[in-house]
Write a protein that binds this ligand. Structure first.
Ligand SMILES: Cc1cc2nc3c(=O)[nH]c(=O)nc-3n(C[C@H](O)[C@H](O)[C@H](O)COP(=O)(O)OP(=O)(O)OC[C@H]3O[C@@H](n4cnc5c(N)ncnc54)[C@H](O)[C@@H]3O)c2cc1C
Length: 342
């Protein structure tokens, strides 16, 4: 990937706050690209509590984490944000006044006049299962995320886990793989019952295997796995032939590369002013859970407010020669045209 993507604003993180930032920026004619290390939008809402009800979103008495994410995606559609999932912003440097160059772990390069860090608690990192020597197989044949289903075509896949990710990928990859084995330490699952029922139906039809046990070691050569050795609760052992292993043991949040971008930090958080939520580097803003200021509350509604004020200041960097006129969506035909409703 060598073509540089030029945009007004680059948003790091597609959690609820990063998503709403697209809306506020869009009302002021600023185009945004969003990058998130996860394979979908929603941040903590989608990843940690998709089905839990949230009761403190203004004017919405109750909404689940997943439904809030979907509503935000619908709300920002008129502004056509470009989403880049499964990529982490690794490097960020200042190359102009202000102009920034950001590079992802997959080599994609962005140039943006403004950068909005909406990275929440940091990047979600997969938890490594307690399998001795697993590091030697990582990236080559042990994967903690599926970036391209095609990479698994015709392979013998071992999926480990009992949560939504394990079950979702079991169902999605079964038609692509030559064979799928799902292994979980117990017969009870955390995943949605509907997914579990579908998986069990596929096992009954002979389309895949489900086995109870724990993987202890992997066997293979030069990072390419050939066999997983596992044990049952009674201590007996068995082997599973496989050429790809996908462990889904949940995620932890780590600050990650944000810490290396030359920004001031207070612990794990980025201090900002409360007029525009700008960091110590002009043109880089931090909104949502990642920032700190006197009185900060880590609530979604705080992040929404921060996105609105950030956009007012970002406008000055993106359109230094234009005057910003404050308008309401209820009464401004110009805003309604941007929203596609007038
Ligand atoms: C169990 C639970 C219940 C909660 N209930 C409520 C509630 O009822 N009401 C409420 O208001 N709040 C609640 N919260 C808090 C709320 O979820 C957070 O305030 C909110 O998610 C913050 O949004 P955000 O967009 O700032 O960050 P996040 O939701 O954390 O999203 C940040 C995103 O940035 C991505 N990212 C980070 N670093 C990088 C990088 N370098 N490159 C690419 N992507 C990156 C991450 O992958 C992530 O997707 C709850 C939180 C939890 C855990």
């Amino acid at each position: 990937m060598t073509d540089v993507i030029k945009t007004d604003v680059l948003i790091v993180g597609a959690g609820p706050v990063g998503l709403f930032a697209v809306f506020e920026l869009g009302l002021l004619d600023m185009k945004a690209h969003i990058v998130d290390i996860l394979d979908r939008a929603g941040g903590q809402c989608a990843e940690l509590y998709p089905e839990k009800p949230i009761y403190d979103i203004p004017a919405i008495p109750v909404i689940s984490g997943q439904d809030l994410t979907e509503a935000l995606i619908e709300q920002i559609k008129p502004f056509g944000p470009v989403m880049h999932y499964g990529e982490m912003i690794e490097h960020l440097e200042r190359i102009g006044d202000p102009l920034f160059r950001a590079t992802t772990d997959r080599g994609r390069v962005f140039e943006a006049k403004v950068v909005v860090i909406a990275a929440g608690g940091g990047s979600f990192q997969p938890k490594r299962p307690p399998i001795e020597g697993i590091e030697a197989f990582e990236t080559k044949s042990v994967h903690y995320a599926v970036r391209r289903m095609e990479d698994f075509r015709g392979k013998k896949i071992l999926i480990i886990g009992g949560g939504d990710s394990a079950l979702d990928w079991t169902l999605n990859l079964a038609p692509v793989a030559s064979h799928v084995t799902l292994l979980h330490r117990r017969a009870a699952f955390r995943a949605a019952p509907d997914s579990v029922n579908k998986m069990q139906a596929m096992v009954a039809e002979g389309k895949m295997d489900f086995v109870l046990g724990t993987v202890t070691t992997l066997e293979g050569d030069a990072g390419q796995v050939s066999t997983a050795h596992a044990k049952r609760d009674d201590g007996s052992t068995f082997a599973i032939a496989c050429d790809a292993v996908l462990p889904f043991f949940g995620l932890t949040m780590k600050l990650g590369p944000v810490a290396n971008w030359g920004l001031e930090f207070k612990g794990q958080l980025i201090p900002v002013d409360t007029e525009a939520f700008e960091t110590n580097i002009p043109g880089i803003f931090a909104i949502g859970d990642i920032n700190t200021y006197p009185g900060k509350l880590k609530l979604i509604l705080s992040g929404f407010h921060e996105a609105a004020l950030m956009s007012q200041k970002a406008y000055r960097y993106v359109f230094p020669d234009k005057r910003l006129v404050f308008q309401y969506t209820t009464s401004s035909t110009s805003l309604q045209k941007k929203l596609g409703v007038a």
